[in-house]
Design a protein around this ligand. Structure first.
Ligand code: MN3
Length: 255
């Protein structure tokens, strides 16, 4: 090895070692109970090789009439959701997220300006895919006994659960979502997120959990039929919930 190369390499290794010890010192310094409770994510397992695509609704766009009208479903799924998919494919190009599966993007996305377009569109794709399954017709019209027990444990009664969930949905200022989630303690809780954020976004959401039920309260979800009457749309939503799907998600979430 030439002397100059040796010196350069030595200098580089020195800087690298100093940087490593500086970073570990920082990690120790910022360590707190909150950080300790959130272990670092494992590396992404799956490497995606094909673009994101719009999943089919899986049922007729008129199937939720009269609660959610055909035209709203067609535009919501075919135009709005489709735009999130198209924009997400565009946004991840040449970024670290380019080969990540949707779940890995959602879990890792940050609040930085650089991540904003990916955050909005990955959230939009994940949230809507989840939503179409939540309101799919043909499931049960009541929660499983396990989920029913958990709802009673967390909210006392079904009616109180609905009241709290409706208040969360009404309380979203502007566009966003209301969620029923399973927390780390396996208990149910209700939260809301702005825009297309969701409770799986580790670096973004104020309250983290596994969503089992979600309601889109963007105006595009209800304006054609309900105009400014968001509470009427929320009331109608309860008549469209596929509790079989939600109950299965609950079982999976509590493991
Ligand atoms: Mn929507």
């Amino acid at each position: 090895m030439e002397k100059r190369t040796f010196l350069k390499t030595g200098l580089f290794l020195g800087i690298a070692a100093a940087t490593t010890s500086f970073l570990s010192a920082c990690k120790t310094a910022v360590s707190s109970p909150a950080n300790a409770a959130t272990p670092p994510l494992p590396p992404p397992k799956l490497r995606r090789t094909t673009p994101f695509t719009l999943p089919p609704l899986g049922y007729d766009s008129a199937a939720l009439e009269p609660h959610i009208d055909k035209m709203t479903m067609e535009i919501h799924h075919g135009k709005h959701h489709n735009a999130y998919v198209t924009n997400l494919n565009d946004a991840v190009k040449d970024t670290v997220y380019a080969e990540y599966e949707l779940e890995d993007i959602v879990a890792r996305i940050s609040t930085s300006d650089a991540d904003k377009k990916i955050r909005n569109n990955a959230g939009g794709h994940w949230n809507h895919t989840f939503f179409w399954q939540t309101i799919a017709p043909g499931g049960s019209d009541a929660p499983s006994s396990n989920l029913d027990n958990a709802i009673h444990a967390a909210f006392e009664t079904q009616d109180k659960f609905k009241e709290q969930f409706s208040n969360a949905a009404k309380g979203v200022f502007g566009s966003g979502w209301a969620w029923l989630c399973v927390g780390k303690d396996k208990k149910l809780f209700i939260t809301s997120t702005p825009n297309q954020d969701n409770p799986l976004m580790l670096n973004v959401s104020k309250q983290l959990g596994t969503p089992i039920l979600g309601l889109d309260v963007w105006e595009h979800a209800y304006y054609l039929k309900y105009q400014n009457k968001r509470p009427d749309y929320i009331t109608a939503f309860y008549k469209t919930i596929n509790w079989k799907v939600v109950s299965d998600r609950y079982e999976k979430a509590i493991g």
